[in-house]
Design a protein around this ligand. Structure first.
Ligand code: ARG
Length: 481
């Protein structure tokens, strides 16, 4: 079906192919709710300020409410227009007639689309932030339950030093907390009213942007209309925060993919989340974590896509901005999908304390602890480092783990490495003796978990304060005009 041509689309001679090429309806149909809310707030303001008569404002608002309800009931077939904004205007005109012509007073699709996108981003981020804070809380609970399990940490994917599972879980809590802070920042960036900017320079009609702002629950007005219609910084912040969170989720996934191989054996996945192979009947694959890792690439691509769209644009609105729709609208399902599957999957990962512990012995991971014990006896660290390195090499030659080094063997390298010094090689003690803030020591981990709980709690409160689209609809459908 050929796209209908409105006054907004161009002159009588406009080629249908060009009109079809320009259409964004297939994507921005997803913004219908946001578009209706923006129009409901705008027309309420127009009625209250007397820019249009109150009776007509009410008729338009009732018409918009009717569109929302028909959409919710699945009975709304929008006309095939250039974009969702024109489709709503045409459908409104069809249903309420003449008053519909007043709706677009003091408004352009340029400030309209910026408003729709801000409402969309604010809504998506409110939900994502709340879920991410839930994930952080679950990591903290898991750390309290299983945190005592000892395991190796890795640098260069080589065994490094003993840590607790609580410390490992807390490390991802710390990364996700930064992501939650980035979501909160993006939420603040989106939280400004764009309407009232008009096409670019505002309006000479007696509008009051403060009224529209209050009705849509934004915390401030955008500062300058020329900037407002041409910028998508809030969307870039949203895409960046999402990409970074997914990259962290991808890192966690890679750790778990490795830990669940027989080569590591530290953990296993229950049948609820592991997948099979169409050919190899014995397989139990970590597809869910591979997919999280794979989807993080899409999030990075979306950020790059939008950055590329805005790069090089001159000031003011440019139609290129319509291309923000693809990366932006793909982000919400990507983000909510990864968040919910990650939260669903983590309880189905079981750690095996014996295997984790075995990884410690085989890796000579307590070598630094022995060197630090010698430092406590007064030996300069670099000297201790050399002696312990020599002891490790001797043990490797003899095929012994460091914990089996005899006092005699140690003494043959340096008399200072006595039985007392060797006693620090017990991994539980090595972890317990870590005292510095941010370390794997039990008290330090406890402090980390407390910080995660309180900071994620504060951010969850911020997320809960974001008004849902449905709540906004209910308020706007009965706001006084
Ligand atoms: N479909 C357009 C978009 O999404 C709406 C704005 C069109 N503005 C214009 N001046 N042609 O960006």
């Amino acid at each position: 079906m050929a796209l209908a041509k409105t006054d907004a689309s161009g002159g009588a001679g406009l080629l249908p192919e060009v009109l079809a090429f320009s259409s964004s309806l297939s994507l921005d149909r997803q913004l219908l709710k946001e578009d209706l809310l923006g129009s409901m707030a705008h027309v309420t303001m127009l009625g209250r300020t007397g820019v249009i008569p109150k009776a007509e404002a009410r008729a338009i608002r009732d018409g918009l409410v009717d569109l929302w309800r028909r959409d919710a009931a699945g009975t709304l077939a929008l006309p095939d227009e250039e974009d969702v904004h024109m489709a709503v205007e045409v459908e409104l005109n069809r249903t309420i007639g003449a008053p519909a012509a007043l709706l677009h007073s003091a408004r352009s699709r340029n400030d309209q689309v910026a408003t729709d996108l801000r409402l969309h981003v604010r809504d998506a981020l409110g939900q994502a932030l709340s879920s991410l804070c839930g994930l952080i809380g679950e990591l903290v609970e898991r750390a309290k339950k299983d945190g005592h399990v000892l395991m190796p940490s890795y640098t260069h994917r080589q065994r490094a030093q003993p840590i607790s599972l609580g410390y490992w879980l807390s490390s991802y809590g710390a990364a996700f907390l930064r992501d939650a802070q980035a979501f909160a920042f993006a939420l603040d960036q989106a939280d400004a009213l764009a309407l009232g900017s008009g096409a670019i320079s505002g309006s000479s009609l007696g509008i009051d942007r403060e009224v529209t702002r209050g009705l849509l629950g934004f915390s401030r007005l955008t500062l300058n209309g020329l900037d407002t219609v041409g910028e998508r910084d809030f969307a870039l912040d949203y895409l960046y925060a999402t990409a970074r969170f997914l990259v962290h989720a991808s890192r966690l996934s890679t750790d778990l993919i490795d830990f669940t191989t027989p080569e590591f054996g530290f953990a296993s996945l229950s049948g609820d989340i592991s997948m099979g192979s169409s050919m190899m009947p014995q397989k139990k694959n970590p597809d869910v974590f591979e997919l999280i890792r794979g989807k993080s690439g899409r999030a990075v691509g979306n950020l790059m896509g939008l950055l590329t769209t805005v790069k090089g644009l001159p000031g003011g609105y440019n139609r290129d901005l319509q291309e923000d729709r693809g990366p932006l609208l793909e982000t919400r399902p990507l983000l909510s999908g990864v968040l919910s599957v990650l939260r669903l999957s983590l309880p189905h990962v079981t750690f095996h304390p014996d295997k984790c512990r075995a990884g410690l012995d085989e890796g000579f991971t307590q070598a630094t602890d022995l060197a630090e014990a010698l430092v406590k006896k007064g030996m300069p660290f670099r000297v201790a480092y050399k002696h312990v390195g020599a002891l490790v090499r001797r043990c490797q030659e003899l095929g012994l783990p460091l914990t089996k080094a005899t006092a005699e063997l140690a003494r043959s390298i340096d008399p200072a490495i006595d039985a007392d010094a060797l006693s620090v090689l017990e991994p539980a003690g090595a972890v317990a003796r870590k005292r510095s803030a941010g370390s794997t020591g039990p008290q330090a981990v406890e402090a980390q978990l407390a910080a995660l709980t309180s900071q994620a709690g504060a951010l969850a409160t911020k997320a809960a304060a974001v008004p849902s689209l449905l709540v906004l609809f209910e308020q706007l459908s009965k706001a006084a005009i």
